[in-house]
Design a protein around this ligand. Structure first.
Ligand SMILES: [Zn+2]
Length: 156
């Protein structure tokens, strides 16, 4: 996610994302939001709902990692969660399943091998745009990288 959107989340929910400055060995939040900009709204809404039912003490929920599952959906890990908060995280994951990771359009779905957006949940427009379907050219442009350079993917 780009730094502007990342900072907006940190500024709006400083306590929920307080582990953003924690050492990476105790929290992965230092990596930032490891997904594209299209899911900003899903993460924002989830954070807002979590904050609403949380206090701001030491044992309040803290998000420790935002990355992606094997199936391309949003993956969120948190500390000090209660069942209602776990439900909010699950709801965000389910919303991501049909939401374009790049532009937030819905419906979108996971793109497989051979797609310009392999591994991303992407709408038809973003797939077509990356493949240049609508602007055919004689000389092929160099392929764009599939991910923004500031996105770091951790394999585990
Ligand atoms: Zn899209």
């Amino acid at each position: 996610m780009d730094s502007h959107k990342t900072d907006a989340l940190y500024e709006r929910f400083p306590h929920l994302y307080r582990e953003r400055t924690a050492p990476l060995k105790s929290s992965k939040m230092g990596w930032g939001f490891q997904c594209e900009d299209g899911w900003h709204k899903i993460i924002y809404e989830m954070s807002k709902k979590i904050e609403k039912i949380s206090n701001d003490g030491e044992f309040a929920p803290a998000i420790t990692e935002v990355t992606k599952n094997e199936d391309g959906t949003l993956h969120v890990e948190a500390r000090n969660i209660t069942p209602p908060i776990a439900d909010l995280i699950t709801a965000a994951q389910e919303a991501s399943r049909l939401t374009c990771e790049l532009c937030s359009y819905s419906p979108a779905y996971l793109r497989g091998p051979g797609s310009s957006q392999e591994g991303h949940i992407a709408c038809g427009r973003c797939v077509g745009k990356a493949e240049g379907q609508h602007t055919p050219r004689k000389s092929r442009r160099p392929k764009k990288p599939l991910r923004a350079p500031d996105t770091i993917i951790i394999k585990r």
